[in-house]
Unconditional design. Structure first.
Length: 366
């Protein structure tokens, strides 16, 4: 496994509190990639009235929850599997497919590599090239695949690059993988933040490709990382049955079951989130590109990757400047192939975005 330098993750607010002496409640986290609107008003209002749900076991099949998710995604209920966050589902699919060798598109989220190692498999990174602005070269990827590979893993849009691959390109990749008997796992955690969702979402492909599963969650778009509610979309009924056979029962608690049914049908919140992110993404990226000494990569998700090009300034310096103003960014040098000149920020509310932009501008331009 690649050894990554440790840096603060978006969930490491307790460590920040201890080291910097800043109360975690006072930190605006531009690192966690969580919807700045917070939990929806509907969920806050209604969930308390369902507290009695904890007095009984959830439905073992989560039938109603899966039906709501299926409607939300535009698929069939039988194609939905719920889990304790996307993390549990990553584990289950890797354990069931049991690949001896997997290819991971990187730089990306480290949990894929970790789970493959725990399952006894090996992983090889297919590097997204900085010279191509971290956009996927599908022909180069396809030519690198052969029968020695059992699984391909990609995050779409990708974390931390915020680049996305269109469904049409994914189809070409799936066809090549089918020829080589390669199973494809696509993490669509950030898909709902995409303005061109209909061109990127691979849900329609799950009806015709049995070597494909999609993973999603509620942590980022619905601002509910503590709820630990994730779901998979897969049209391979045999695989879904095999996973259900080894999956622990009731990994989704009763309140999370109720919360899911509420949040996926909260259209007002969903539209408000998209309006905010679409607007702030365009505004913040435009402002970043006006700062001399930064290269900004085109984002598709609710965060943007940038590289500091000015001599004498790095992501450690920028992190320190920001956190001392109670704002936390992500130093990306812990990701494979990225050095200490890369940082990632997510889009928060306009006032906080303006404060962070001022810090970045003053730090870089001096």
């Amino acid at each position: 496994m690649l050894k990554h330098k440790d840096h603060f993750h978006g969930s490491d607010l307790e460590k920040i509190e201890e080291i910097y002496g800043i109360k975690k409640e006072d930190i605006v986290s531009f690192s966690a990639n969580v919807n700045p609107l917070g939990v929806s008003a509907l969920l806050k209002r209604e969930l308390a009235s369902h507290i009695d749900a904890i007095s009984s076991y959830p439905d073992r099949e989560y039938t109603k929850l899966r039906s709501v998710i299926a409607t939300y995604c535009g698929t069939e209920r039988d194609n939905i599997l719920v889990g304790n966050g996307a993390t549990e589902l990553i584990t289950l699919f890797i354990k069931t497919v049991s690949p001896k060798k997997a290819v991971i598109l990187g730089p990306t989220y480290s949990e894929y590599e970790r789970e493959l190692s725990l399952a006894g498999g090996t992983s090889v990174y297919f590097p997204l090239s900085e010279s191509e602005d971290f956009e996927l070269n599908e022909s180069r990827l396809i030519s690198s695949l052969d029968e020695s590979v059992n699984m391909l893993i990609l995050c779409n849009p990708n974390n931390p690059t915020s680049t996305a691959v269109t469904r049409e390109k994914i189809k070409h990749i799936l066809d090549a993988c089918k020829t080589n008997n390669i199973f494809v796992m696509i993490d669509e955690t950030y898909i709902e933040f995409c303005e061109n969702y209909d061109e990127i979402s691979c849900v329609p492909l799950t009806a015709s490709y049995n070597n494909l599963c999609l993973l999603r969650g509620t942590s980022k778009f619905f601002a509910a990382p503590g709820l630990r509610l994730g779901y998979a979309i897969c049209g391979n009924s045999d695989l879904m049955r095999n996973i259900a056979a080894i999956k622990d029962p009731w990994t989704i608690n009763s309140l999370a079951e109720v919360a899911g049914q509420l949040m996926f049908s909260d259209n007002e919140y969903i539209e408000a989130t998209k309006k905010l992110i679409f607007s702030e993404r365009a505004r913040v990226v435009s402002a970043l590109r006006k700062i001399d000494g930064i290269k900004v990569y085109e984002p598709s998700a609710n965060f943007v990757l940038s590289r500091i090009t000015k001599t004498g300034v790095d992501a450690d310096i920028l992190f320190d400047k920001a956190i001392r103003s109670n704002m936390m960014i992500r130093n990306c040098s812990s990701f494979p192939y990225l050095g200490n000149s890369y940082f990632r920020i997510c889009f928060m509310n306009p006032e906080d975005n303006d404060r962070l932009l001022a810090i970045i501008r003053s730090t870089i331009e001096g």
